[in-house]
Design a protein around this ligand. Sequence first.
Ligand SMILES: [Zn+2]
Ligand SMILES: [Zn+2]
Length: 344
Amino acid sequence: MRAAVFHEVGTPLAIEEVAKPELRPGDVMIKIEYCGICGSDLHATQAGDLVVPDGMILGHEFTGEIVEIGAEAGDQWQLGQQVTAVPVNACDDCGRQCKYNRGIHCANNLITGFGAPGAYAEYIRVDSGNVLALPDGLGLREGAAAEPLAVGHHVIDKANMRPGTNVLIIGAGPIGLSCAAFARHCGARHVVVSEISESRRTRAEQMGATATLDPGACEVAEAYAALAGGPPDLVIECVGVPGMLGMCLDLVKFQGKVMVCGVCTQAETFVPLAALAKEACLQWALGYEKRDFEVVLDLLAEGRIDPQPMITHVIGFEDLSKRFEDLRTPSDECKILLRPQSDA
Ligand SMILES: [Zn+2]
Ligand SMILES: [Zn+2]
């Protein structure tokens, strides 16, 4: 089968012919229809702490059709069924994280596309326990947005956000957009997104922001207060570069909360005094649980969350390596989907 293979930092993904995965008991084989390119994939292929091994196939945001069902996979699966999967391969018996459905924190977890072969490929082998059927009414293309949307759902869940909360989201990449969608869905009053790119600001408004700000053209604290009548109760950091935590703690209201989901791999400095004085809360959120996916898939199928503004392009293998490298520099792109089965 064809797959995009990572070899080393500084070398673009190579489109190669590789062996099709072999089913183990309990697995299903999925023919990939769509797979999103994620910011995490960029982190995993550049110098730093997150780089994946030579030979890794990336890709963890996928939909496709079941084409083989392994022994012991359960009798609820059918050939041709349209599915996605939670890209978490936890041990299921470590008694700590797995017992509480927190597989993403399991020490034995191999995340699909980082520790286990991913979906920049024609086929993937997945443990049937991680597979989720796409509900009626949800297409394969839109279903591929379930993973980044599950991240946003998890952030709002972890934040214990109450209806009427005033929210500020820093950054309108796919995760910022997902957070905007779920903040709005869960009853936030003002959902303001701060983002330099005009096209990304437009997408944020389409995904649920009540207003947007250009931090290059205004003083964010002042502009936010003008819109919402005061500082934000909840600030969600979705950029992941040094300087963001201090900035978010400065922006948040007295006894407010900063949720961090940006992936920052460099040292961060800030002076804690301002946060101390206002008794601010600083909290991180990582990934999702299967339950987040289940909620997202239902909301997508019912049309209550619209992923369309997030998806900017669909490409084939012939464009993947270049488009992947291009994403390392800021652009107007949002979510690019790979379509491995076609060259369109
Ligand atoms: Zn992702
Ligand atoms: Zn475990």
